[in-house]
Design a protein around this ligand. Structure first.
Ligand code: HEC
Ligand SMILES: [Cu+2]
Length: 311
């Protein structure tokens, strides 16, 4: 089954072995807890009735307390504990070795995504081959963030100065929304991303595109935009591989035009939003780390033309 739609953001529609297990475990624990709750309420009601009739005597009461207060809770807790142990083992390692490694670095308030084997760098959009285990190495450039793709895998923190090694497998092709799940400052809510699971061949061609240097500008407007970008402030914060722009503060923009959304899924990647973002991103995502860029209308139009050519 193939599911396309970034709104797929639910732990109740698992699409990988990790979320499959955690969702099943959740249902089991829910059923057990609900059952215990009903039994306890029934016993409490029973106790009131029995007390009125005064039919339970010392020895009988002791038996009831031992059975329902000690033996049954011990069995229930032992069973759920066993489930957790099985779960930890299941979620710890994929069933076969990971085929690729992806480094994810959390930033206030966006996600840096690197494919170390090919040199590809992108932001907020993690492409993976469908049905294949992928190794994830999570860390942070500033504060603690948390990587969460509800349909694919449970949460794991990104911690500054430390790398958390984990993995994911997506069984159905599609786009799955992820979200930072650890409050990390004013724009925490606008720190989303997507996991795009593609057939192997599509993934390979995507990766090849992302690892190549930026296209050279062709039209006059693109050339002008290139000059504004590389000689102005943009280049101090952004990298466009294959040009002198090698800033490390913001997302790599080498293939910006291939991304569906901008600013960690805050706005769509189209001409109007792109222009609005560059002119004054503070109006769109207040407090984010990109200051307003006071460009002349001509320069702004040129920069947009250049960025839109970066496929
Ligand atoms: C002081 C550093 C800084 C400067 C200067 C700067 N940016 Fe940014 N830019 C950022 C940061 C940080 C982000 C990520 C913001 C977020 O999503 O929270 C960003 C995001 C962007 C994005 C969205 C990228 C994506 O994939 O979501 C675009 C496009 C962009 N900047 C273009 C520009 C252009 C064009 C200029 C120059 C006119 C510029 N930036 C100048 C820091 C900067
Ligand atoms: Cu956060």
């Amino acid at each position: 089954m193939s599911r396309i739609g970034a709104e797929d953001h639910s732990t109740f529609s698992p699409v990988g072995p990790k979320s499959d297990f955690t969702t099943t475990a959740w249902w089991i624990l829910f059923a057990v807890a609900a059952f215990v709750c009903v039994v306890v309420i029934a016993l409490a009601v029973g106790a009131v009735v029995a007390r009125r009739r005064a039919t339970v005597h010392g020895g009988e009461a002791k038996g009831i307390v031992l059975t329902f207060g000690v033996v049954i809770p011990a069995l229930v807790l032992a069973a759920t504990f066993a489930l957790s142990i099985v779960g930890i083992a299941k979620v710890a390692k994929p069933s076969r070795p990971a085929a690729i490694t992806i480094d994810v670095v959390g930033h206030q308030w966006w996600w840096e995504v690197r494919y170390p084997d090919s040199g590809a760098v992108t932001a907020n959009e993690i492409h993976v081959p469908v049905g294949t285990p992928v190794e994830l190495r999570l860390t942070s450039a500033d504060v603690i963030h948390s990587f969460w793709v509800p349909a694919v895998m449970p949460k794991l923190d990104l911690i500054p100065g430390h790398t958390n090694d984990t993995w994911l497998t997506v069984d159905d092709a599609g786009t799955y929304r992820g979200q930072c799940a650890e409050y990390c400052g004013v724009q925490h809510a606008h720190m989303a991303f997507s996991v795009v699971a593609q057939p192997e061949a599509d993934f390979r061609s995507w990766l090849q595109g992302q690892s190549s240097p930026a296209r050279t500008p062709t039209t006059a407007a693109q050339k002008k935009g290139y000059d504004v970008f590389t000689s102005g402030s943009c280049a101090t914060c952004h990298t466009v591989r294959g040009t002198p722009a090698d800033g490390q503060v913001g997302p790599d923009l080498t293939h910006l035009a291939t991304r569906a959304k901008l600013a960690a899924e805050t706005i769509p990647n189209d001409r109007g939003h792109l222009g609005g973002w560059i002119a004054n991103s503070q109006q769109i995502k207040p407090g984010n780390k990109m200051p307003p860029q006071p460009l002349s209308p001509r320069d702004l139009t040129a920069v947009i033309a250049y960025l839109e050519s970066l496929e």
